[in-house]
Design a protein around this ligand. Structure first.
Ligand SMILES: Nc1nc2c(ncn2[C@@H]2O[C@H](COP(=O)(O)OP(=O)(O)OP(=O)(O)O)[C@@H](O)[C@H]2O)c(=O)[nH]1
Ligand SMILES: [Mg+2]
Length: 328
């Protein structure tokens, strides 16, 4: 391996190897081509990557000709974490996805405007979280694949419509419907994982805060739901509360951003690695590249609780914003 491959390149390579669909592979390959240091020593590698790219483009074309496979209900996670927007009809789930991301799902003042899951990336400072807009859940109907979406998500945004008194009943229905299918909306990340009941950490988002008496309704709703959900009132229409929602979701997802640097070089402050809170230097090394993790001897750190460039052990716990230089 040439010595000058950056951690960002190696991360793109890891994503490429892990990707299953041709279009996901293609996106990762484009990142690799962009991130590959360009000089004489990497000419042959670059040519190899470009050849692979043209093969993949052919593969993608063939997949398209075969016909649309219909909506994919398993949405591969991207960014710092995946959160599903769930709720009753007309609560404003699709409007929120439009307001928070570049995605453009249809919005309408009739139920079941949304019939397929739609992902979008919500930027927060220098990272992004993936939000998934979903169809409504009602007493009469819920798409069966909603369960799969919820099971795969890291969190839910439980969207309630604060413009109507029906919100209280609707919210109870949504929660009960999911619970029937063994998806429990819980206020905090559960300690134990998954099966058979998925405990999905949930933020309560009261939308249409611009409507009359919205905030009073929100208080009643929170009380009715009983659980101590963290909550925020927003309006997809006026934009009120949306910056706070971005920040709250970042805190709620319990992740940290860590910036890697090569010895003697400036850190890459544009592309942080996103790790679960309480991750260690070793966890970072594993994320950068398995080979680096295996050979890791020590690390130098710039950040919280250490002096500039302090040498730390592999089990040192990282903090949001730390800059780390890995030595093998
Ligand atoms: N006043 C007000 N109206 C809103 C707000 N957000 C959405 N709406 C309106 O509420 C209606 C429903 O919005 P959607 O975003 O389609 O709701 P949804 O939850 O995606 O609905 P389904 O796809 O049927 O589940 C539309 O008429 C929106 O214009 C808001 O913050 N304030
Ligand atoms: Mg919708």
């Amino acid at each position: 391996m040439p010595a000058n491959l950056t951690p960002q390149y190696l991360e793109a390579e890891r994503v490429f190897k892990a990707a299953k669909e041709p279009d996901a592979k293609l996106a990762a390959l484009d990142d690799m081509i962009r991130l590959l240091p360009k000089h004489k020593g990497t000419d042959r590698m670059l040519a190899g990557l470009r050849r692979k790219r043209s093969e993949l483009v052919d593969e993608c074309e063939k997949a398209k000709v075969k016909g649309r496979r219909g909506p994919s209900f398993r949405i591969p996670p991207e960014g710092g974490g995946q959160a599903a927007l769930v709720g009753a009809p007309n609560a404003g789930k699709s409007s929120l996805l439009r307001a928070l991301t570049k995605a453009t799902p249809e919005v309408g003042d009739f139920p079941f405007t949304t019939r397929e899951p739609v992902p979008g990336m919500m930027a927060y400072e220098d990272i992004a979280f993936q939000l998934i807009d979903t169809p409504p859940i009602t007493a009469d109907f819920m798409f069966p694949w909603m369960v799969e979406i919820c099971r795969n998500a890291d969190a839910a945004l439980f969207v309630a419509d604060l413009s109507t008194d029906d919100a209280l009943e609707h919210a109870a229905v949504v929660r009960a419907r999911l619970a029937e299918k063994k998806v429990e909306l819980v206020p905090q990340a559960p300690r134990e994982s998954g099966a058979p009941v998925k405990r999905l950490r949930t933020l309560l988002v009261g939308n249409k805060a611009d409507a009359a008496e919205a905030l009073d309704r929100f208080d009643v709703l929170a009380e009715l739901l009983g659980e101590d959900y963290r909550r925020i009132a927003v309006s997809a229409l006026t934009g009120q509360g949306l910056p706070e929602l971005r920040a709250l979701l970042f805190d709620f997802m319990e992740v940290i951003r860590v910036y890697s640097k090569m010895p003697g070089k400036k850190p890459d402050m544009d592309a942080p690695f996103v790790l679960p809170r309480d991750s260690t230097v070793m966890d970072l090394a594993r994320k950068v590249h398995r080979d680096i993790a295996e050979r890791l001897k020590s690390a130098r750190l710039w950040g919280e609780g250490v002096f500039e460039g302090q040498t730390v052990k592999r089990d040192h716990v990282l903090h949001d914003g730390d800059v780390v230089e890995l030595h093998d």
